[in-house]
Design a binder for this molecule. Structure first.
Ligand code: UN1
Length: 498
């Protein structure tokens, strides 16, 4: 058992109040991963002060020098890749191959921001006056709060911290209470990479006790959040009340995968299995609605259910399993409530989600896939609300207009996938669906770091990605220089006094 620490101004510190929370392995709750500081407004205050104090010196470094810390970080992550992946797996219950991919995705973001430091980050802009040179230049905003979820405990902090720090901001990072050890590992590696004290500060804790004072702190300029809509919408409301504060939130999905009549059904089944059940359905990009043309639905259903039946559920460190556990007892209970609700709302259950029995599963939050078929009903809760688990609906459609109407009939708009051999159908989906990430003949999961990431509607602000996050963490400034000996004004303004 380990004792976790906060990291404030380059020092590893225990919680000021002495309070702690425990983290256990979701696949085996007998295994205690550690006890972590249950931080309060006091630690948040110290961390924000440290970040504020370190900001001027960090901002004044060259952008390329800041990027070099990420290069050093990448070397260390590569050295420890397997050990970090095993930690991720034990802490959040992801199958080991997915935990390795999570670490790889973090490496990719660190590499991306390092490379980006030698790329242009502003514009040369024309002027009405020939002797004037005008530029759009970016300036960092200041102190950034980074609040991240447990389901990508390595990659998502890097998605957010990467652009924030490279652009010259300093940060206070609060990882999910479900994955504090991985969060702390990231900070340890940055410390080992030589990042100056105060640039990246770590505060462990619970949302209400540590997250809340962090987002409300008057010296926090930007809040970057990935997590549920319930929390993200509260963060947006709090930040909106402070005219200086900006919040970029990425908040989940109810993603559809559309299987057209002409689809290659093997590919469709494979894409659907990966979309619905990878990470035990706990990705914001997981598909929970498979919208299938009525003429191929029976055949698709047969093959999909048959494949899902063969899914192995168990210890995430066992290379042979496909699905690990749900993250917590309450997460499993939530999925079970939605499984029961699907029956109450009139679905035909094709595969019942259940707790696997046997000693290997006794100590973890395991649940097998739950698959049902129903006609679309806009009032159905199971078809609109995010479940975040191995829970998926099969819904028939007759023509593409109907498929689009069903796909859009939710408050979320993150990912959409269409399985077809017909480019006209794919184009129709591209134009008419509401989404941030669109896929053709691919699962709804598997985004790469250099593409835009983020959704519309309740899914978010469309910002949390490498290519767009820069707009959240920097101000665009105009910088204009006169090269003439006299002043010439735009818009035909006269400069003579008399
Ligand atoms: C998330 O679940 O919050 O596209 C992020 C994907 C991953 C990221 C998911 N690269 O599935």
């Amino acid at each position: 058992m380990e004792t976790g620490r906060n990291y404030i101004h380059g020092a590893w510190t225990a919680s000021a109040s002495g309070g702690a929370f425990e983290k256990r392995n979701p696949a085996n709750t007998d295994e205690l991963i550690g006890a972590f500081p249950r931080s309060t407004a006091k630690e948040v205050q110290a961390a924000v002060e440290a970040a504020r104090e370190s900001f001027p010196a960090w901002r004044r470094l060259s952008r390329i020098r800041r990027g070099e810390y990420f290069d050093a970080f990448v070397q260390l992550v590569k050295r420890d890749h397997e050990a970090i992946a095993r930690l991720v797996s034990r802490e959040c219950g992801k199958a080991l191959n997915e935990a390795r991919a999570d670490v790889t995705e973090g490496i990719h973001m660190a590499q991306y921001v390092f490379g980006a430091t030698r790329m242009p980050y502003g514009d040369v802009v024309a002027s009405e006056i020939p002797e004037k040179d005008s530029f759009m230049r970016r300036r960092p905003k200041g102190v950034v709060a980074v609040i991240t979820p447990w389901n990508f405990p390595f990659a998502i902090p890097l998605w957010l911290l990467g652009p924030a720090l490279v652009e010259g901001n300093t940060a206070v990072f609060k990882p999910s209470r479900e994955t504090p050890r991985t969060g702390q590992r990231i900070v340890e590696l940055f410390a080992e990479a030589g990042l100056p004290p105060g640039v990246l500060n770590l505060v462990h804790g619970i949302g209400e006790e540590a997250g809340d004072p962090l987002i409300r702190h008057p010296d926090v300029d930007v809040v970057l959040f990935t997590g549920s809509y319930e929390v993200g919408s509260q963060i947006k409301t709090v930040c909106a009340a402070d005219y200086r504060k900006m919040a970029a939130c990425e908040m989940g999905g109810k993603n559809p995968l559309i299987v057209c009549e002409d689809a290659d059904l093997s590919l469709a089944v494979n894409a659907a299995i990966l979309s619905a059940f990878k990470t035990t359905g706990q990705r914001c990009t997981s598909a929970s609605r498979l919208i299938v043309h009525e003429r191929v639905l029976d055949e698709f259903e047969r093959r999909f259910v048959e494949t899902a039946r063969r899914i192995t559920v168990g210890d995430p460190l066992d290379e042979k399993i496909f699905m690990g556990p749900l993250i917590s007892a309450s997460a499993r209970e939530k999925v079970e409530r939605y499984n029961a609700l699907s029956r109450e709302e009139g679905a035909m259950i094709l595969l019942e989600g259940r707790r696997p029995d046997g000693p290997a599963h006794a100590k973890g939050h395991f649940l097998t896939p739950h698959i049902y078929r129903m006609a679309h009903n806009p009032r159905s809760r199971v078809l609109r609300e995010e479940v975040f688990g191995p829970h998926v609906a099969l819904l028939p459609f007759r023509d593409l207009e109907e498929a689009v109407a069903v796909a859009n009939a939710t408050e979320y708009g993150l990912a959409v996938s269409v399985i077809t051999e017909d480019y006209r159908k794919a184009r129709f989906i591209r134009e008419e669906c509401e989404y941030g990430l669109g896929y053709v003949n691919l699962p709804t999961i598997g985004a790469e770091v250099h593409l835009p990431f983020g959704g519309v509607k309740q899914s978010g602000t469309g910002m949390p990605s490498a290519s767009t996050l820069i707009d959240a963490v920097t101000h665009r400034t105009a910088w204009t220089i006169n090269h003439a000996r006299e002043i010439k004004m735009p818009q035909g303004l006269k400069t003579e006094i008399g």
